[in-house]
Design a protein around this ligand. Structure first.
Ligand code: COA
Ligand code: AMP
Length: 632
């Protein structure tokens, strides 16, 4: 069937469409109803179905033809380790971790925070939670103690599973001191902390509260899968909101399993038994969906790569992993390819590897610039597919659906709406705009299965953040346009979220940190175009009257504060002291105009500006910092 037919059917007959897709999942109680719209705008999929997600990811394969097929391949150039697990081995490991969790008193509906790096035990921990119906919340290792504390207070976990360290090139990141500080900051205290000791750093354990991973599991008996409702939460994943308070995106069990299983073939063109590699991190949604759940549910082998695209040890790292593990499809962020291109523009490293089995490259997480897309196409000689999605959606919203019908590629566009998503582009008054006209990109409700049903403990915030601006539609907070062929282009966020190396960050949260510095009177943080990372945050601060300390010293303190409070992943390295910030006459800081000046884009003097001269001062400060960057 062709894409247009499939797409039309998904919107005309969602019950039939998703009801059929549900057959790919092994249910404990097969759903008799598909969409429950009785409590709109809170929609629920498969309301009377029950299942276990871990059973679908492991047990059903381990009990069948895939028992001896590799489920998980761990490849860690930063530790020089490789390990792999068949479906039956991984099922056994996960069952033991699940047993260990039960021994700690963790049960159905309890939360477990997982603060662990890219090691197999992290995947086991996630699946073990799913196995006993506990709700995991994985926190990315690049966040600071304060961010971890906020998440612990919101999720209120019974237990925290951690590792002693993560490994960044040239640096061991000790997780345990960060966790201990987070627990000092947090109001909520988990009853148990389990620590996986890695040889690169030994963590100090707190007697009575902390357990050593190996000792903990020594006597653990395997636990069986617990049946949960399709609508029960599988996990909470926190993502940047427009304030310092992250949003706890909730994922359910049934809709998630159905949507991910459907996506593996229809969007990614995978077949069970093949090898899929998402070069991301388990701390992000891409890691949840496409390192852990989707490939395993679909019976594919998944690769867990603890390394970087460059420097571990060279820009041939991705080619090595693809050839060594026979990867069919790779999914990563454009920034990874920009890094490889920067270090090896002619792809000389490729000559050492046989990529014969490699079929398709998928890119997402940030806008994919046509240069990077073309370089990847030329280098790999395979289709390069830009696709668009968000933590909230859990799986792609726009994609070239190669498993249904490969469509022509238009560089700069993540192609067409994915079946299930009724995408519209609206103006400020909520009217649909014409083709090629920029507006707010929204999805007409209901969102398809797999999308967030709500925010953790925050139904009101869910409605206020996503559903209130345009009633009847989900606000993606991305702006862009659709062309006459139905291809979308995602141009920018309409909020203060920026994308730094594919990581989603809030400039508002950074401003909150800067504002706490005693010498700062006011501040603005903007995302400035960067040739490697897509965007980088740059801070502007105005000092309190009477402060005459050295500006460089203050800047260094501000950079340190953001690293300390948000984490190294914010990549906040530039804070500059200015005399004044440009504002409208009503006092609104003109961040948009500042960004255009920083990026070297055309800009107009805002009619409402208070004092035009200030923009010259901002321009000079940016020139001193090296902006706009020379492109290319
Ligand atoms: N734990 C602790 N610290 C981490 C971390 C983790 N899991 N991940 C990143 N960091 C730190 C880095 O060490 C770096 O710290 P530094 O300021 O001391 O150097 C900082 O956070 C920024 O990291 P990163 O954005 O990774 O930049 P980089 O300069 O180290 O590497 C790239 C640049 C392009 C190689 C890298 O960004 C990359 O691999 N990107 C792929 C993007 C990706 O997978 N995105 C996920 C969405 S699909
Ligand atoms: P995250 O929730 O971290 O996955 O970030 C989601 C945001 O990243 C989206 O709202 C977009 O702003 C951006 N994004 C993701 N994929 C793309 C893409 N293919 N093109 C443009 N922007 C993207």
């Amino acid at each position: 069937m062709e894409y247009h037919e499939v797409y039309a059917r998904s919107l005309d007959d969602p019950d039939g469409f998703w009801g059929e897709a549900a057959a790919a999942i092994d249910w404990e109680q097969a759903p008799t109803r598909v969409l429950d719209d009785s409590d709109a705008p809170f929609y629920r999929w498969f309301p009377d179905g029950s299942l276990n997600t871990c059973f679908n990811a492991l047990d059903r394969h381990a009990a069948g033809d895939r028992a001896d097929q590799l489920a998980l391949v761990y490849d860690s150039p930063v530790t020089g380790t490789k390990r792999s697990y068949t479906f039956s081995e991984l099922r056994d490991e996960v069952a033991r971790v699940a047993g260990g969790l039960s021994d700690l008193g963790v049960g159905k509906g309890d939360r477990v925070v997982i603060y662990m790096p890219m090691v197999p035990e992290t995947v086991m921990a996630m699946l073990a939670c799913a196995r006993i119906g506990a709700v995991h919340s994985v926190v990315f290792g690049g966040f600071a103690a304060n961010e971890l504390a906020t998440r612990i207070d919101d999720a209120e976990p019974v237990a925290v599973l951690a590792a002693s360290c993560g490994i960044e090139p040239g640096r061991i990141v000790e997780y345990k001191p960060l966790l201990d500080s987070a627990l000092e900051l947090a109001d909520h205290q988990p009853e148990h902390v389990v620590v996986l000791q890695r040889p690169q750093a030994e963590a100090q354990l707190v007697p009575g509260r902390d357990h050593d991973w190996v000792t903990w599991l020594a006597d653990a008996r395997p636990a069986d899968c617990v049946t949960v409702a399709a609508t029960d939460p599988l996990y909470i994943l926190y993502t940047s909101g427009t304030t310092g308070e992250p949003k706890g995106v909730v994922r359910d069990n049934g809709g998630h399993a159905v949507a991910l299983a459907w996506s593996m073939n229809h969007l990614y063109g995978m077949e069970p038994g093949e090898v899929y590699w998402a070069a991301s991190d388990v701390g992000w949604v891409v890691g949840h969906s496409y390192i852990v759940y989707a490939p395993l549910i679909y019976g594919c082998t998944t690769v867990l790569y603890e390394g970087k695209p460059v420097g571990t040890p060279d820009p041939g790292a991705f080619w090595r992993v693809i050839s060594e593990h026979d990867v069919s499809v790779l999914f990563t962020a454009p920034t990874a390819f920009r890094a490889i291109k920067r270090d090896d523009p002619n792809a000389d490293h490729l000559e050492r590897y046989d990529l014969g089995g490699f079929r398709t490259l998928f890119l997402a997480g940030e806008r994919c610039d046509p240069d990077t897309l073309h370089w990847a196409e030329r280098t790999l000689d395979v289709p390069v597919i830009d696709h668009w999605w968000q933590t909230e959606t859990g799986w792609p919203v726009a994609c070239n659906p190669i498993g249904i019908e490969p469509l022509p590629i238009k560089p700069g566009s993540p192609s067409v709406p994915v079946p299930g998503y009724d995408i519209r582009v609206l103006d400020d008054d909520g009217e649909e705009v014409n083709a090629d006209t920029i507006g707010a990109i929204v999805v007409k409700l209901p969102l398809p299965p797999g999308n967030l049903p709500t925010l953790w403990n925050a139904d009101d915030r869910f409605v206020a953040s996503y559903l209130e601006t345009f009633p009847g539609y989900y606000l993606t907070s991305d702006a862009g346009f659709m062309d006459a062929d139905g291809y979308l282009s995602i141009m920018s966020r309409i909020d203060d979220i920026i994308n730094v190396a594919g990581h989603r960050l809030s400039t508002g949260a950074m401003e909150e940190v800067l504002a706490e510095h005693p010498d700062v009177a006011e501040c603005a943080v903007i995302g400035v175009a960067d040739t490697l990372k897509g965007q980088l945050p740059v801070g502007f601060v105005v000092l309190q009257a009477g402060v005459d300390r050295d500006a460089d010293e203050i800047s260094a303190e501000l950079v340190g504060m953001v690293r300390e409070r948000i984490g190294p992943v914010a990549a906040f390295k530039q804070a500059t002291v200015v005399a004044r910030l440009p504002k409208t006459r009503s006092g609104k800081i003109l961040r948009g105009t500042m960004r255009k000046i920083a990026d070297g884009d055309d800009w107009k003097m805002p009619a409402t500006i208070d004092d035009p001269v200030i923009l010259d001062e901002i321009g000079s400060a940016l020139t001193e910092l090296g902006y706009p960057q020379r492109k290319g």
